[in-house]
Design a protein around this ligand. Structure first.
Ligand code: NAD
Length: 289
């Protein structure tokens, strides 16, 4: 039976640190403030934003969700981002994705100033990930950062390990491939046009699924030695409407060494990363002001 890499003990530990850092900032007159822009009523997005708000408030930060109508014009949408970006009270800003079709072409990562880009999508922050310069001021994309935190917490050293990431999105796969490369892993970034996917994943020490297809990865994708570490990023619903990942958990759990659950795995680590980025952004902005 695999070791289940649950997020809750890690989140509990790091949230306590964040609470302390937040209290210190507040004692100096700075209340870390996250503003989330939510366009429309996409049900998972409404849930995600609520969860994020709850977490931020739990560590003592301030969080507001600014709701825009699904039909909002491009002009008003862009002006709203600019107005929040210029608000001196706000330390972190992100736009909940996905956007409605009419706005989907907009590169929101470039509209949010890099120092408030707690989602880590701005070119400056992505370049820091690319160059391996993830020091004091870098705001690293939340899901990849959360996965690295989880691996480090469990003392899983990726040096020299072969990692197969399935999914090359800018939100998950691409930045994660860079972070892992910077940590000396040998990464294969797979996608929908990859041929012989099973051969690649079967040969990997760590398999990370970020595909967006319910229960896509089963035991046939894993090494027969049952030593693979499986990280499931997916958030999907199965045929019965139950929340599930990109990994067929029941099929895989006895055929790998470690596995992240869905829910209770990478999703919670992502929210933790967002809070870490907010505190970092608030501290850096306070130092610079
Ligand atoms: P995306 O749709 O932007 O990208 C999906 C990727 O999967 C693409 O690169 C595509 O090439 C690849 N892919 C699709 N079909 C494939 C196939 N048959 N074989 C190999 N590769 C294939 O997705 P995303 O935004 O990166 O999200 C992926 C999943 O992760 C989704 O379920 C999403 O909900 C979830 N997600 C979870 C979190 C979290 O915090 N847990 C954060 C972001 C995304």
């Amino acid at each position: 039976m695999a070791t289940v890499l649950k997020a809750s003990p890690i989140v509990k530990q790091y949230a306590a640190d964040l609470k302390q850092e937040c209290a210190k900032l507040k004692a100096n007159g700075i209340t870390p403030f996250l503003k989330v822009i939510l366009v429309g009523q996409h049900p998972p997005s409404v849930t995600y934003t609520k969860n994020k708000k709850k977490f931020m408030e739990g560590i003592g930060a301030k969080c507001e969700i600014l709701k825009l109508d699904e039909q909002v014009s491009e002009k008003v949408f862009i002006e709203t981002i600019a107005s929040v970006a210029n608000d001196k009270e706000v330390h972190g800003l992100f736009v909940q994705l996905p956007l409605p079709k009419a706005l989907a072409h907009i590169d929101v990562g470039q509209l949010v100033p890099s120092e408030k880009d707690v989602d880590g999508f701005h070119a400056n922050n992505l370049f820091k990930v690319l160059s391996g310069d993830c020091g004091e001021k870098a705001l690293v994309s939340c899901t990849p950062k959360g996965i690295i935190t989880m691996l480090k917490h469990h003392k899983i050293d990726v040096t020299g390990k072969s990692v197969a990431i399935i999914g090359r999105s800018l939100i998950v796969g691409k930045p994660l491939s860079m972070l892992l490369t910077n940590l000396n892993a040998t990464v294969t970034l797979c996608h929908s046009r990859t041929t012989q996917l099973k051969e690649i994943t079967k040969g990997a020490d760590i398999v990370i699924a970020a595909i967006g297809k319910a229960k896509f990865i089963n035991k046939d994708y894993l090494s027969d030695d049952k030593k693979t570490i499986v990280i499931d990023v997916g958030i999907n619903y199965d045929a019965s409407g139950k929340l599930c990942g990109d990994v067929d958990y029941d099929d895989v759990e006895n055929h790998c060494s470690h596995i992240t659950p869905v829910p209770g795995g990478v999703g919670r680590m992502t929210i933790l990363s967002l809070a870490q980025n907010l505190i970092k952004a608030a501290s850096s902005l306070a130092k610079d002001s």
